[in-house]
Design a protein. Structure first.
Length: 291
């Protein structure tokens, strides 16, 4: 059976997260993790397929490779416990655990399940339904693919603009004008096929629960200014002013418009957290100032 993996050696690849995980777990200091793993496949002691993954044992390490996409998921020292689920918030702290002091960051391409809508999120039934749909689909993906990767479902995110505001400001007092895309990030292995399977699974568990508005989104946010906002959502303008100041001091201008929008990541559950203790990552896209 291992011949199938060897025949597809050239298709073996990894992602940024996979690279970081392999380096961390094995203590490696090599530039090309994919090539390093390919060499281990060629010299493997044992290659087994179990469920959706290949497991390559070479020397004292075990490499996990997805059997469908040939993506290197992780690797670990043989005999070590590996039951800690992957958590984006811990693996990519710069993106999910920023300081309150704004910084400029470059956000890579990510995969999301997303739902678009309009209206005041505090009063809109459409928004509440979108959030329920996102969590339902995200957990369907997670539970249906545990053999590929054990992970923590990431937090809810929102991309915001205001209808009729070409500048893209979200400082509107009339929240009924909000145009939003609610989203939850997905691991890199999630494909259109896996997404459709999750929709089918959710339809079985919740007959009549529509998922037609959900879509799979790949989005590279690029250069942004980012900060952690602590407190009520209505107090965000003070944090945004500090972010705009940071951008200007570093030679950037805010670049909201089109697909580049005000972005929030909700680290706290507003149903269970006092407003003054809410933690929200805020991002706004930037570009280099002219001249």
């Amino acid at each position: 059976m291992s011949g199938a993996l060897l025949e597809n050696l050239g298709r073996i690849h990894t992602t940024g997260l996979g690279t970081a995980r392999v380096r961390k777990n094995l203590g490696l200091d090599v530039q090309d993790i994919a090539e390093w793993c390919k060499r281990r496949v060629l010299t493997a002691d044992v290659i087994n397929r179990k469920g959706k993954n290949w497991y390559v044992r070479s020397d004292n390490c075990v490499i996990t490779i997805n059997a469908r996409s040939y993506t290197i998921i992780t690797a670990h020292i043989e005999g070590e416990k590996v039951n800690m689920p992957m958590d984006f918030k811990k693996e990519q702290k710069a993106l999910y655990q920023p300081k309150t002091t704004p910084v400029i960051i470059d956000v890579p391409e990510m995969t999301f399940i997303a739902v678009d809508g309009r209206g005041d999120p505090n009063a809109s039934a459409e928004y509440a339904a979108a959030v329920e749909m996102l969590y339902g689909l995200s957990y369907a993906v997670k539970m249906g693919n545990k053999t590929i990767l054990e992970y923590v479902v990431p937090p809810l995110e929102g991309f915001w603009s205001v209808a009729g505001d070409s500048a893209g400001s979200v400082a509107a007092t009339d929240k009924s004008r909000f145009v939003w895309t609610s989203a939850i990030r997905q691991p890199d292995f999630v494909t259109a096929e896996i997404f459709e399977a999750a929709k089918a699974s959710l339809a079985v568990k919740k007959p009549g629960f529509g998922t037609s508005k959900a879509r799979l989104l790949k989005y590279a946010e690029g250069l942004c200014v980012q900060a952690l906002h602590t407190g009520p959502f209505d107090n965000e303008p003070a944090t945004i002013i500090a972010m705009e100041r940071c951008a200007a001091e570093n030679g950037y201008v805010i670049d909201i418009g089109g697909t580049r929008r005000h972005h929030e990541i909700y680290l706290s559950d507003p149903r269970k957290t006092a407003p003054e203790k809410l933690k929200t990552v805020i991002r706004q896209p930037v570009r280099k100032a002219e001249g």
